[in-house]
Design a protein around this ligand. Structure first.
Ligand code: FAD
Ligand code: SF4
Length: 694
């Protein structure tokens, strides 16, 4: 019965969302606050179906099954499918997965490739010198996997357990109580979060309603978990609204650019992990490269560039392309059978423990990389994201059902309700009042995620000193040997109000003070121009939809909104002082400052090709003027890292057994390169759709 009711609820949401009658008038004014919208009452609304959000959903449903106390859990995902916006071709530490799903190894799972070797190299322009391997980078027991596939797999488990997972639904706005009913971190009276509103569809570029307008759904929740990954738009709003950084440093980020290659069979060493430091980045720029040999003859290669880079002439995309010109990568990615299959980019949090905001706010909490839990010394965040999801789920469940007794799997913490809370539960059984997730913040310091971040807290700030890369490597070496057991905690450089200003943007120097960088010509197929790469992301946004990147400041333009004068001021500052940084920094070529007479400054105007946006969030973080706001586009828009069907494996019987090849329907040819079959594979299983990357 319950399952049927849930399925109906799910159907209703979709139905209600899609069956609205179109507006009669062609273009009518739009006021998001005045729109009548369907409302769904849920216990926990989770925004983002990544490792954090899905672990939270799974844990909540496990607790429901254990205790018999119902909890309605909805997960909203802006990608067209779960996993389609998740990029990381990851080395995954399975400790959190072991805690969440102890039997996962006995199931059909996507962590197909255990790490077999792990090393570090320091790159000069010609050489790849071996570096001692820091203890945190030891990948023994870890797995190389496509994180988008892992998310899709976790999404399936969450659904099987009864969570409602809605892909193609972007959380656009926080739903707030009508009056002040809570206190923020500073003790000020504030309105609590009561859920989220999904994106209204069918807005025109002028932000009027087109004939296909459909209002978003209001998911009214007792607990709202923001699991949007790095620099989420609702998370940014919550951090600013509740001043959650009052006691922490601002966040600092890196941009990760990644490609997936099929390499020549003799170059593929399943399970091999290599990390690089040094070239092509200069001594003053933080970052490094990687090479992960996944299953099926695939290799993920990538480069992270710290966004506190100073020189506005730097182009992260071109740094990555020239990294592949290094003899080490050239050898790997050349030869018969080498082919690039996918490209993508996404920011990741680098600030670690010092940059964690207060985790809970009235009515909800930040989990995973919405809070910022990447262990940058390991370049891993998935395990911590999952831990925070589980921990917040347990705190939410304990707050929703104070009388339920359960054992925490996320932390040694116990969520023991006070007698008053138990009484309140009985009294307000039908009430849909928001609950406090303070228990999550209180339990976090006792969790393995905290210990993981504490041990490396000084590594990233160690690279941001005047000694640059050399000083950072030296300091990190000593610090990691001591596993962080030093009596100090280094801070991140930060100026201004950390709630609103980005230290990465502030680090940028005027173009006139920096040397221009001359990049080598592309050498296709090893390195290609940007648009050829963007074409591989499968990015799409609804035609004519409202631009989701706007020149405005403050959450939803709270400080000021977009006007022609503001756009002119943006062009003046960004072209005048920073040589149009965004047209080089955006990894999807969204920004241009071409010569134009309208709205221009000294012959330049701003063009935002928002349809190309791959949702990496760099522009919102790095623009020196801090006047670009990324907001969610219509649900389902954006990259399709997993949905692009790149081909299919087809099997042939040969005198020597069975071989499989990759058929690529787009070019209707059979690729003759064989790849190894698992001994368990059968010929009849060989024909299967090929979906990756992530
Ligand atoms: C290039 C790169 C390489 C990395 N390598 C590794 C690695 O090797 N190992 C490792 O452990 N970690 C790695 N990480 C870090 C890892 O990807 C993150 O720590 C992890 O994905 C965080 O999980 P999350 O669930 O918090 O966020 P995410 O995985 O980012 O998931 C967030 C989800 O929320 C969705 N979303 C966002 N906003 C909204 C909204 N408003 N409405 C609806 N949906 C929304 C997104 O589409 C996405 O699906 C890497 C990161 C990058 C960028
Ligand atoms: S427009 Fe912004 S968020 Fe979109 S791809 Fe470019 S830098 Fe990333």
């Amino acid at each position: 019965m319950l399952a049927l009711a849930r399925r109906r609820a799910r159907f209703n949401v979709r139905h209600l969302h899609t069956s609205k009658t179109a507006c009669n008038s062609k273009y009518t004014p739009y006021d998001p606050d005045a729109e009548a919208r369907e409302e769904e009452l849920v216990d926990v609304c989770i925004v983002g179906a990544g490792p954090a959000g899905l672990s939270a959903a799974i844990r909540l449903k496990q607790l429901e099954a254990e205790t018999g106390k119902e909890v309605r859990v909805v997960v909203l995902e802006k990608g067209a499918e779960v996993g389609s916006h998740i990029l990381s071709g990851a080395v995954i530490e399975p400790s959190a997965l072991d805690a969440l799903l102890p039997d996962w190894r006995q199931t059909d799972h996507p962590l197909a490739q255990p790490v077999t070797s792990s090393s570090m190299r320091f790159l000069t322009q010609k050489y790849a010198l071996p570096l001692p391997h820091p203890p945190q980078m030891n990948n023994k027991g870890n797995y190389i996997a496509s994180l988008s596939r892992v998310a899709a797999w976790l999404g399936g488990i969450a659904e099987e357990l009864g969570a409602e997972v809605y892909a193609g639904f972007a959380g656009a706005r926080l739903l707030l109580s009508e009056t002040d009913d809570a206190q923020d971190a500073q003790g000020r009276a504030v309105r609590s979060v009561r859920g989220v509103v999904t994106h209204d569809a069918g807005l025109t570029r002028q932000r009027t309603k087109s004939p296909r307008f459909e209002p978003g759904v209001a998911f009214r929740a007792r607990a709202t978990l923001l699991a949007e990954g790095a620099h989420g738009s609702l998370s940014k709003a919550a951090i600013a609204r509740y001043d959650l950084r009052a006691k922490s440093a601002a966040q600092t980020y890196g941009l990760g650019l990644k490609e997936v290659w099929r390499v020549a069979p003799e170059k593929h060493v399943p399970g091999k992990v290599v990390h690089t430091l040094g070239w092509p980045l200069g001594w003053g720029t933080y970052g490094g490269g990687w090479e992960y040999h996944m299953a099926d003859g695939l290799v993920s290669v990538g480069l992270v560039v710290g966004l506190d880079y100073k020189n506005p002439w730097l182009e992260p995309y071109r740094e990555f392309q020239r990294m592949k010109h290094h003899p080490h990568f050239r050898a790997l990615l050349s030869g018969l059978g080498a082919e690039r299959l996918a490209y993508g980019a996404r920011t990741l949090t680098e600030g670690g423990l010092q940059s964690l905001p207060q985790l809970h706010f009235p009515g909800g909490a930040l989990i995973g990389c919405s809070a910022g839990v990447v262990n940058i010394a390991k370049i891993k965040g998935t395990h911590n994201a999952m831990r925070t999801g589980m921990l917040a789920a347990e705190a939410a469940f304990a707050a929703l059902h104070p009388s339920a007794a359960f054992v925490s799997t996320a932390s040694p913490a116990t969520f023991k309700p006070s007698p008053a809370e138990v009484e309140a539960e009985t009294e307000s059984a039908d009430d849909h009042a928001p609950v406090s997730l303070a228990g999550y913040s209180a339990a976090f310091p006792g969790s393995p995620a905290y210990a993981d971040l504490w041990a490396v807290r000084n590594v990233r700030p160690g690279f941001a000193t005047r000694a640059g890369l050399a000083g950072g490597v030296l300091y990190a070496g000593v610090d990691t040997l001591l596993r962080g057991r030093v009596p100090w905690t280094l801070g991140h450089k930060s100026e201004g109000n950390p709630s609103t200003s980005s230290p990465d943007a502030l680090a940028t120097r005027p173009a006139a003070e920096c040397a221009k960088i001359s990049y080598p010509a592309f050498e296709p197929p090893l390195s290609t121009d940007l648009m050829s790469s963007v074409a591989l992301t499968g990015t799409n946004h609804a035609e004519g939809e409202a631009v989701h990147l706007r020149v405005m400041r403050g959450v939803d333009g709270a400080a000021w909104g977009e006007t022609a004068a503001r756009r002119r001021a943006h062009v003046r500052a960004n072209v005048g002082a920073y040589a149009g940084l965004l047209q080089r920094a955006c990894p999807a070529g969204v920004y241009e400052y071409p010569e134009g007479e309208e709205e221009g400054w000294e012959g330049h105007k701003l063009v935002i090709n928002s349809q190309n946006c791959i949702h990496c969030k760099l522009c919102d973080i790095k623009v020196p003027t801090q006047d670009i706001t990324w907001s969610v586009p219509e649900g389902g828009g954006g990259p399709k890292y997993t949905t692009g069907m790149l081909g299919a494996d087809i099997g042939f019987a040969t005198p020597n057994g069975v071989i499989c090849s990759l058929v690529r329907p787009s070019v209707t040819r059979i690729d003759p390169r064989p790849f190894k079959l698992d001994s368990k594979d059968k010929l009849e299983n060989c024909w299967r759709p090929r979906r990756f990357i992530g």
